[in-house]
Design a protein around this ligand. Structure first.
Ligand code: KE4
Length: 440
């Protein structure tokens, strides 16, 4: 860690809890202090000590076109001279709503908010208000932001309701949430047969990115749709990561499973604070001021975020963008697999389009339990080796790598070479150990 980052982190820890404005950035899961970033361009970040990194965090998903994309910079430059926030409706919000409705198959009406957390929190409140029910279902390993109802850990035993995931979450609120294993249709079926008439909503990341990337079993996704319909519960797809990431219409377009509500974020803000939730009109019309379910936000639909988001979506609607992302991502992850194999190291790569993860494990990774069985010590060493090589990964085994259109062949090859060096070291080592428990 460079001198300037070190000094900034020391100062930050005196002023900000853990020295960071979002916990995962502190690097505690990998035992390394954070690099303070000074600027970014394309697929690169530079830290305050001048070191350059190839970036696979991409601000945790938003920067699908890379950093400082000229079209986004231009959109913001043009916009900022007209003011930064009015607290009144703008043409840009209509354009954003029109674009989202156009691109996301199940969304017919949408409300902008300022974060993914606000999007999922609002969608849960809407589902509860619309159905008149209080119980909800989530899945272990899926993370939907930090709203109380979703910061829970699975209870013990079969279909027992959840317990608070951290202090401050009321037990009786957590008790309205059922947390089940992802990709386990029998368990979900059993839970719905027992509680279905009381369930307001089932919320799921259709392609989880918060336990690392795990691929959905098609029968499971279709089972969520069929059983929520059977019991008149709402199906909520949290596409804050997968939305516009894996296809223009997200996971719901890729897999052809239509939720009742969808939560969005990240990419639609082009790197500025944003979230959105939307779905069937007859449901969305329950939201104030048209309906009586309340949700509000001072900066919702902020013109700068709309300008950056619209510029991003406009680029993503161009021909071949997703083919390019697929080609680059396939080259990266197949290169990583080949390098691990050459080093005699067992790794599992899970990938959908330009979101993927690499697990140090010799068997399939299909849910939170199998993620936790991967080798955390190896991941920590790999993370440190890659950072030293100038490759910036998410500082947690529970996160995704993101590839952008700005990642070029040279950067991808450098990443694979750096990984090969680390794999060679790891294949001699004897690091073992479970991934630390996390409530997500
Ligand atoms: P935000 O409130 O952080 O904008 O979004 C919450 C959220 C909701 N749904 C999904 C599927 C998400 O992945 C997230 C946030 N993602 C994390 C990391 N995967 C953001 C990084 C952080 O917490 O600092």
């Amino acid at each position: 860690m460079g001198r300037k980052s070190k000094a900034l982190f020391q100062k930050a820890k005196k002023l900000i809890p853990g020295g960071v404005n979002s916990p995962v950035r502190a690097g505690r899961a990998v035992g390394m202090d954070p690099r303070f970033i000074s600027r970014a361009k394309g697929c690169f970040l530079w830290d305050v000590d001048g070191k350059r990194y190839i970036d696979y965090v991409c601000s945790w998903g938003p920067m699908i076109l890379g950093h400082s994309h000229p079209k986004i910079v231009k959109a913001l430059e043009e916009r900022i001279s007209k003011g930064t926030s009015y607290g009144a409706p703008t043409r840009l919000e209509v354009e954003m709503a029109e674009t989202i409705v156009d691109m996301v198959p199940s969304i017919k009406m949408v409300r902008m908010v300022n974060s993914g957390t606000e999007a999922t929190m609002s969608a849960i409140r809407l589902a509860r208000g619309y159905t008149g029910r209080e119980k909800i279902v989530k899945f272990e390993g899926c993370y939907h932001g930090h709203a109380d109802s979703l910061l829970v850990s699975a209870g013990s035993g079969l279909a027992t309701f959840a317990i608070p995931g951290c202090p401050g979450v009321p037990a009786d609120l957590a008790g309205h949430t059922l947390s089940l294993p992802f990709n386990d249709l029998p368990r979900f079926t059993e839970a719905m047969e027992k509680h279905g008439p009381d369930i307001a909503a089932v919320i799921v990341e259709p392609i989880p990115g918060n336990m690392g990337v795990v691929l959905p079993d098609m029968a499971f996704l279709k089972g969520l749709r069929d059983l929520t319909a059977k019991y008149s519960a709402l199906l909520i797809f949290d596409e804050v990561i997968s939305g516009f990431r894996v296809s223009p219409g997200g996971a719901q377009e890729l897999y052809g499973v239509m939720p009742d509500l969808t939560c969005l974020g990240k990419i639609i803000g082009g790197g500025l604070p944003v979230g959105a939730y939307g779905g069937r009109k007859e449901i969305m019309q329950s939201m104030a001021p048209e309906g009586n379910i309340y949700q509000a936000g001072t900066l919702s639909g902020n013109p700068l975020a709309m300008a950056a988001g619209l510029a991003t979506l406009k680029e993503l609607r161009k021909q071949d963008v997703y083919d390019e992302l697929e080609e680059k991502s396939a080259k990266l992850f197949s290169g990583l697999e080949d390098a691990a194999r050459a080093a005699g190291l067992s790794v599992v790569v899970n990938r959908v389009g330009s979101m993927g993860s690499l697990f140090f494990k010799d068997k399939a990774v299909t849910d939170f339990a199998t993620v936790k069985a991967s080798d955390a010590q190896k991941f920590r060493r790999f993370y440190a080796d890659m950072l030293g090589e100038g490759v910036y990964l998410a500082p947690s085994a529970f996160e995704a790598w993101f590839v952008s259109t700005a990642h070029d062949g040279k950067s991808i090859e450098k990443t694979i070479e750096s990984a090969a060096k680390s794999f060679a070291i790891l294949s001699q080592g004897r690091q073992t150990g479970q991934v630390r428990e996390k409530f997500r």
